[in-house]
Design a protein around this ligand. Sequence first.
Ligand SMILES: [Zn+2]
Ligand SMILES: [Zn+2]
Length: 433
Amino acid sequence: MILVGRTGTDDIVIRGARVLDPTEGIDAIMDVRVDAGTISQLGPGLDANGHRVVDGDGLVLAPAFIDPHVHLRTPGREDEETLASGTAAAAAGGYCAVLAIPNTEPVVDSTDLLRGLRARAVEESNVPIGFMAAISVGQLGVQLTDMGELADAGAAAFTDDGRPVATAGLMRRALEYNAITGRPLALHCEEPTLTRGGHMHMGAVSAELGLGGWPSLGESLCVARELSLGGDTGQHVHLMHLSAHESVELLRRAQEAGVLASAEVTPHHLALTDEAVRTLDSNFKMNPPVRTEVDRLALIDALRDGTVAAIATDHAPHSREEKDVPFEAAPFGVTGLETAFGALYTALVEPGVLALETLLERMSAGPARIFGLERPRIAVGSPANLVLLSTTATWRVREDRFRSLSANSWLLGQRLQGKVALTVAAGRIAYEA
Ligand SMILES: [Zn+2]
Ligand SMILES: [Zn+2]
């Protein structure tokens, strides 16, 4: 079992929503009935039979989302996020499951730590969590973790995220273990000798602002390495938070050549360019940085055609003291769980750039497929993992409304169209607006 957390046996009837499950080929106005946490009936005019009735009139009911890239900051920085607060934020964002990144304090590199977190998740989480483990001990890039034992103890995947896998040799050995564990390697692609001292995309805007640049090549060079090693070993490589059009081109060519490569993209890389950094607001400082309009459009194209099959928030909570400093002194990272759907509906779907069906697929079935998780689906007999969405409601992103313990959102003060009304995760109502 990869995902661990609270499950439920709620009895619910959701009435009259537009039920939209692109992968199942469902798009119809009907009722969905959940008995004891399992979808039991689809159709018009279902008998409520004493169940809790939710009015879905004018709303879209879809498979709930899965976020494959979330920093829950536990253990070590529970002032910034806990398993409870991070998964409450996830539920508010329409997610029925998240995968947690192991760059905590200490790093999740031992079975003891992994087992402890999994036990806590059963008690504390609002939606199920899959915990990733580190590729290298302490994420120091020297010695591989005991990947076989960690996989047996339930590691969802392996990553040294926060930093790249230090060397090609270590990466190659990790891929060889991958053949045994069957769990994916999730890769933060960065060539540190090119990105040192970089605070934003290296280009015209960084030159004008006089800020150190983090060049596209800092990512694409490492992407090329990982794709080459993936191709050579015949193993799956998953590229995290792609940002540069050069990386997208390399991925597309590798996939065409038969390399088992997948990728994710974040809402901020899909919605923003480096022009946003002119504000010098540290909530626009992320790693990798947001880049140019050419890059943004390449990422959208890749998402549309499936080259990039998943949207991940890279939710990275930071305390106010850490972020409330000059741009160059601030840490990288922004939150994203509670705003992902609204941000992407507003930036891409409402203006007609991306179909709603594609957005829903890339937030749910896409990440499930990449990480070998059960796909949330609207089908009789499936566990209820559902999200009820308004595509017309607008709301303002406000610091005091976050479930997350941190508020370092790039959307503070902005008005978004697209809002989560209800989330059912693992058979349990996990969020209601
Ligand atoms: Zn990263
Ligand atoms: Zn990350």
